[in-house]
Write a protein that binds this ligand. Structure first.
Ligand SMILES: Nc1ncnc2c1ncn2[C@@H]1O[C@H](COP(=O)(O)OP(=O)(O)OP(=O)(O)O)[C@@H](O)[C@H]1O
Length: 449
C-alpha cells in the first residue's frame, strides 16, 4: 500500500499525529529519531524519497511528450533528441499562418537559385541570403515579432536591388540583420562569401550603409565625417583626400565652405546627402541604402540618383524606398516585401506585365451622367471593374485582352455626342498599381488566414 505515493505520506502523517497525541497525554516529547526503526517510519521515508525521484522523472517525460504535439510518442523513440523551446514553438505556430501561402514562382526560383549557390558558391554574387529569419524577442509582455520570415535572395555585383514594401514590412529589420546590428534568428547570409554571423569584422571593410535615420556627429564637419569613414575603409594619404573631395563634390557639399561646416548646422537634405556619401566612400563592394532620398528636393534627388547609378557599376546595392519613381530609375530588380516575405521579384517591366494585365480608364462627367458612363464602359468591355468613384469621376480596370486602344478612342468620341465628358484618360499599369495590388492581396490574405 505504501508504494502508492499518497498513502506513504498519509501513513507518515498518521504516525506523527499518533505520537503527538500520545506525547501530550503522557507528557513526553512525541516521536523521536530512535522511534523511526520501531514503527516503520524509516521505510516510509525511504519510499517517499524514492517516489520523489520517480515522480520527477515521470513529470519530465510527460512535459517532453506534451511538447511533441505532432507525434506524442516521438519522445520515446528518441528520448535524447533536443525538443524545441516553448518560445520557438510559439513562433513556429505564429509563422504557420503564412506557411500555407502559395509561394510565387519568381520567389521560388530565387530560392532555388540560392539553394544551388549554397552547394556551388559563386563569386559573382556579392550578397546571398539563405532562408534568413529575424525575430524580435518578446518584451514587456508583448509576443515575439517575426520581422523577416525566411528570406532567400542573391544580388550580384553591379546590381541595384530595390526592396519595396508597406510600412512595417520588415525592410529595415532585414538591413539591420545584414549589417550586424541584430543577429539572424535562423538561416544564413554571406557578403562576398563571408558569413555575416562569423566574419562581420571583415564584412565591414567592404560594406557601406546609409541608414534610415542619419547617424552623424553634430560637431564634426562633412569633410571630417568622410575622412573618418574613408580611413575605416583603409584609404590613406592622397587617395583619402582625393576620395573625400570627389565624394563631397558628387553630393553637392563641396562649394561655399559647406564641407567644413559642422554637420549639426546642415539642413535635413544636406545630412541625407552626407549619409549617402559616407555609404559610398572607399568604393565598397556592398551598399545598403534605407530610403536614401527621403526629404530631398527634386533637384537634389535627381543628383543623388545619378551618384547612386554611377556607384552601382562596381557594387551590389540593396535599396529600400517608398518612391516608385526612384525604384524604376535606379533598380535593376525589385522585390515587393510584405509581412516579412518577398511576395514577388523581377524587373519593373516584368512585374507590370505579370501583375498588370489591365488598363485603367478614367472618365469625369457631371454627376447625372454617371450611369451613362457605366453603360458606356460596359459596352466597351463587359468585364470592366469599377475601382474608384468620387463626384463624377470614375475609374475602371479594363482587361487588356478585351480592348484595342484605337477602338476605345473611337467609342469615347461617339459617346461625347450623347453626354458631356469633362476629361478622360486611358493608362497602362504603373509600378504603383502593382505595389498596391500585391500589398493589398497579401495583407488581405494574412488577415483572412
Ligand atoms: N526593436 C524592435 N522590437 C520589436 N519589434 C520591432 C522592433 N523594430 C521593429 N519592429 C517591428 O518589426 C516590424 C518590421 O519593422 P521594420 O522597421 O523593419 O519595417 P520597415 O519595412 O522598415 O518599415 P518602414 O517602411 O516604415 O521603415 C514592424 O512590425 C515593427 O513594429
Amino acid at each position: 500500500m505504501e508504494l502508492y505515493p499518497g498513502f506513504s505520506l498519509y501513513r507518515a502523517l498518521y504516525e506523527f499525529s499518533n505520537y503527538a497525541v500520545q506525547g501530550s497525554l503522557n507528557r513526553n516529547a512525541g516521536m523521536k529519531w530512535e522511534d523511526f526503526s520501531s514503527n516503520g517510519m524509516d521505510e516510509v521515508f525511504a519510499i517517499i524519497i524514492l517516489e520523489w525521484f520517480l515522480a520527477l522523472i515521470a513529470a519530465y517525460c510527460m512535459d517532453r511528450v506534451s511538447l511533441s504535439v505532432k507525434d506524442p510518442f516521438s519522445y520515446f523513440k528518441n528520448p535524447f533528441k533536443k525538443s524545441p523551446s516553448p518560445q520557438r514553438t510559439s513562433l513556429e505556430q505564429q509563422g504557420s499562418e503564412v506557411s500555407v501561402e502559395i509561394e510565387r514562382l519568381d520567389v521560388a526560383q530565387e530560392s532555388e537559385k540560392v539553394e544551388h549557390m549554397m552547394l556551388e558558391p559563386s563569386t559573382r554574387y556579392a550578397i546571398v541570403c539563405d532562408k534568413l529569419k529575424m525575430v524580435y524577442p518578446s518584451r514587456d509582455g508583448n509576443p515575439p515579432k517575426v520581422a523577416v520570415r525566411g528570406l532567400s535572395l542573391a544580388v550580384p555585383l553591379g546590381e541595384c536591388f530595390g526592396m519595396l514594401g508597406p510600412n512595417g514590412a520588415g525592410k529595415t529589420s532585414f538591413i539591420n540583420t545584414m549589417i550586424g546590428l541584430v543577429k539572424p534568428t535562423s538561416g544564413s547570409a554571406f557578403v562576398q562569401s563571408l558569413d555575416i554571423c562569423k566574419d562581420m569584422d571583415r564584412v565591414y571593410t567592404s560594406m557601406g550603409v546609409c541608414p534610415q535615420h542619419d547617424l552623424l556627429w553634430e560637431t564634426l564637419t562633412g569633410r571630417e565625417h568622410l575622412l573618418f569613414y574613408g580611413r575605416l575603409k583603409s584609404l590613406k594619404g592622397s587617395d583619402l583626400n582625393q576620395a573625400v573631395e570627389e565624394s563631397l563634390k558628387s553630393v553637392n557639399l563641396f562649394d561655399d565652405g559647406v564641407a567644413d561646416k559642422p554637420a549639426g548646422k546642415y539642413s535635413g537634405g544636406m545630412k541625407r546627402r552626407l549619409s549617402v556619401a559616407i555609404s559610398l566612400i572607399g568604393s565598397p563592394k556592398v551598399v545598403y541604402m534605407d530610403e536614401p532620398s527621403t526629404g530631398l528636393d527634386p533637384a537634389s534627388r535627381m543628383n543623388l540618383w545619378t551618384v547612386i547609378k554611377c556607384a552601382k557599376k562596381h557594387t551590389a546595392i540593396i535599396l529600400t524606398t517608398h518612391s516608385m519613381e526612384e525604384a524604376e530609375f535606379l533598380c535593376d530588380r525589385l522585390g515587393i516585401f510584405v509581412d516579412g516575405r518577398l511576395q514577388c521579384i523581377g524587373n519593373s517591366k516584368e512585374l507590370k506585365e505579370r501583375y498588370g494585365g489591365s488598363y485603367v480608364l478614367t472618365m469625369t462627367t457631371s454627376s447625372e451622367h454617371e450611369k451613362d458612363v457605366e453603360r458606356f464602359v460596359e459596352n466597351v468591355s463587359p468585364n470592366a471593374k469599377k475601382i474608384y468613384h468620387i463626384a463624377g469621376t470614375q475609374k475602371f480596370e479594363i482587361p487588356k485582352e478585351e480592348i484595342r486602344i484605337l477602338e476605345v478612342f473611337q467609342a469615347v468620341e461617339k459617346a461625347k455626342s450623347s453626354f458631356r465628358v469633362f476629361a478622360w484618360g486611358l493608362a497602362d499599369t504603373t509600378l504603383e498599381d502593382v505595389f498596391i495590388k500585391v500589398a493589398r492581396t497579401t495583407q488581405a490574405f494574412n488577415v483572412f488566414s
